[in-house]
Design a protein around this ligand. Structure first.
Ligand SMILES: Nc1ncnc2c1ncn2[C@@H]1O[C@H](COP(=O)(O)OP(=O)(O)OP(=O)(O)O)[C@@H](O)[C@H]1O
Length: 227
């Protein structure tokens, strides 16, 4: 896809119910959210307010009970399970709390493995160049246990950007980091969001880093409001 064709993420009237019977919970309640390419949106809110459910539905890991989720105009709910998995692999990047790296692989190998598994798109980024972009070229041969928490996050961010995703979903990237490293990592996310023209949604409890985001939205009992 040409970057000019990007329109970002759009959730319209999204409702997600979890559990069943008396234990049924409305995790997301008629949620509307638009995130443009090149925009970093933070999602904050108390525990249980629906933040993880928002990432799951935006990332095509679950489908809404009502409403639609589109990425670059493609309706994720209209796809088969297989199509959704392929779409996720090719167009959506995920960054997790602690980097989620494979212990036995060096930093550069983490990226090369993903490049290989995703049958690397012709326009995919080159692992060594991307590692350099996130400031990790000099530690390319280190394994996760030889990296700091912030460095592991940098590798995780590089890995998520490898296939030039349209959408980047980031779950609590600073949970394991001190204040200075937290700022570094979110600044990096903000920069890469612009440079890669990717629509980024970051769930966080860390109000310190919100200054680096374009917009903040708040979840309360499954509903969304401007933060
Ligand atoms: N599999 C499930 N079955 C039933 N209810 C669930 C399930 N998963 C989550 N929930 C409920 O859905 C609501 C939203 O949960 P969600 O995980 O999206 O919140 P969250 O904002 O991410 O919370 P946290 O900050 O603690 O991670 C909560 O009330 C939770 O208890």
């Amino acid at each position: 896809m040409n970057n000019g064709d990007r329109t970002g993420l759009r959730l319209s009237g999204v409702t997600v119910r979890l559990g069943d019977g008396d234990a049924m919970v409305t995790a997301l309640d008629d949620v509307d959210l638009t995130v443009a390419p090149g925009e970093l949106v933070a999602v904050v809110g108390p525990s249980g307010a629906g933040k993880s459910s928002l990432l799951a539905v935006a990332g095509a890991l679950t489908v809404p009970d009502q409403g639609t989720v589109t990425v670059d105009g493609r309706d994720l709910g209209g796809m088969t399970v297989k199509q959704r998995a392929e779409y996720r692999r090719d167009h959506i990047g995920f960054v997790f709390q602690s980097g989620n790296l494979i212990p036995a692989l060096t930093a550069i190998e983490q990226l090369r493995l993903v490049a290989k598994l995703s049958r690397r798109r012709a326009d995919g980024r080159e692992p060594a160049g991307l590692l350099a972009d996130v400031g990790m070229a000099h530690k390319a041969a280190r394994r996760p246990h030889q990296l700091s928490g912030g460095e592991r996050q940098r590798v995780g961010i590089a890995r998520a950007l490898l296939g030039r995703p349209s959408l980047l979903l980031v779950d609590e990237p600073t949970a394991a980091l001190d204040r200075a490293r937290s700022h570094d990592v979110v600044q990096l996310l903000a920069r890469e969001t612009k440079e890669c023209d990717v629509a980024t949604v970051m769930v966080t409890h860390d109000h310190d880093v919100l200054e680096h985001c374009d917009r903040v939205v708040e979840t309360t009992d499954g509903r969304l409001s401007a933060g």
